[in-house]
Design a protein around this ligand. Structure first.
Ligand code: NDP
Length: 249
C-alpha cells in the first residue's frame, strides 16, 4: 500500500514540465489512475505510453483548460474511464511577459484565462463531485511571482488570484472533507524557462540561497504529499518550494 493507492487524479498540463513530473510521481506512489489534460493530445498520448506502458493508469485527454466546454467534456471522459475523481491538480499555465505599458489586452486575457479562469472551469466540474463524495484533494500551482515581477503584471495577477481562490475553496470545502492547497514554485527547470535569456538564468541561480534552479520532481514530491492523506488536515495553505528564495511585499 503506497501513498496514493486506490486514488484517481487529474493533472492539467500533465504532458511536460512540472505537470509531467507530478504524473510520474503519482504513478510511482501507486495512484490507480491519472488523467493527463493538455491541448496537444499527441504529446499526452506519447507521454502516457512512456510512463504507463500498460495503458491502464495514465489516461491522456485533450483539453483546453481555458475553455469551460472543453473541460466539461474532458471531465466526462475521466468519469467514464475511472468512475471517480479524488485528486485535482491545476498545473497548466502560460506566460506572456511584457512590460505593462506595452502589454496588450490579448496578452492579459490569455494568461488570466489559462492560469486562473481554468481553475474556475476545472473546479466547477470536479469540486461538486468531491463535496458529494465527502473526499477530495485539490492542489493548485501558484508562483513566487505573486508579489510582482517586472514584465509579469498578467502572470502575477493570475497567480495572486490562484492563492485567493485556493483559500476560499479550502474554507468552503472543509466541512465536506475537501482540502485545497497551493504550491508556489520558485524558478524550475522546464520549457517555461526557455523564454529566459542565459544571463537572466545565471542571475536567477545566484539569487537563490541554494544556488541552483529547482527540478520539476521537487515540486512533484510536495504535490504528492498534498494530494495524499498525509495532508488530511492541511488546507488553505500555500507552500513555497524555492530553494530558500523569498519574495514579499
Ligand atoms: P511548461 O511550459 O513546461 O508546461 C505547461 C503545461 O501547461 C504544458 O503541459 C501545456 O501543455 C499546458 N497548458 C498550457 N496551456 C494550456 C491550456 N490552455 N489547456 C491545457 N493545458 C495547457 O510549464 P511549467 O511546467 O514550467 O509550469 C507548470 C506550472 O507551474 C504553471 O502553472 C506555471 O505557471 C507554474 N510555475 C512554473 C515555474 C517555473 O519556473 N517553471 C515557476 C513558478 C510557477 P500543452 O501546451 O500541450 O497544452
Amino acid at each position: 500500500m503506497s501513498k496514493l493507492s486506490g486514488k484517481y487524479a487529474i493533472v492539467t498540463g500533465g504532458n511536460r514540465g512540472i505537470g509531467a513530473a507530478i504524473v510520474k510521481r503519482f504513478l510511482e506512489d501507486d495512484a490507480a489512475g491519472v488523467a493527463i489534460f493538455c491541448r496537444r493530445y499527441d504529446a499526452a498520448v506519447a507521454f502516457a505510453a512512456e510512463v504507463d506502458p500498460s495503458g491502464e493508469r495514465a489516461f491522456p485527454v485533450a483539453c483546453d483548460v481555458s475553455d469551460a466546454e472543453s473541460v466539461h467534456e474532458a471531465v466526462a471522459k475521466v468519469l467514464e474511464k475511472f468512475g471517480r475523481i479524488d485528486i485535482l491538480v491545476n498545473n497548466a499555465g502560460i506566460t506572456r511577459d511584457r512590460i505593462f505599458h506595452r502589454m496588450s489586452l490579448e496578452e492579459w486575457n490569455a494568461v488570466i484565462s489559462t492560469n486562473l479562469t481554468s481553475m474556475f472551469n476545472t473546479c466547477h466540474e470536479v469540486y461538486p463531485l468531491m463535496r458529494a463524495q465527502e473526499y477530495g484533494h485539490i492542489v493548485n500551482i501558484a508562483s513566487g511571482s505573486v508579489w510582482g515581477n517586472v514584465g509579469q503584471a498578467n502572470y502575477a495577477a493570475s497567480k495572486a488570484g490562484v492563492v485567493g481562490f485556493t483559500s476560499t475553496l479550502a474554507k468552503e470545502g472543509a466541512p465536506k472533507n475537501v482540502v485545497c492547497n497551493c504550491i508556489a514554485p520558485g524558478t524550475i527547470e522546464t520549457d517555461m524557462l526557455k523564454a529566459v535569456p542565459p544571463e537572466k538564468y545565471a542571475e536567477f541561480c545566484a539569487a537563490v540561497p541554494m544556488k541552483r534552479i529547482g527540478q520539476p520532481s521537487e515540486i512533484a514530491s510536495v504535490a504528492s504529499f498534498l494530494a495524499s492523506d498525509d495532508a488530511s488536515y492541511v488546507t488553505g495553505q500555500c507552500i513555497s518550494v524555492n530553494g530558500g528564495y523569498r519574495t514579499g511585499p
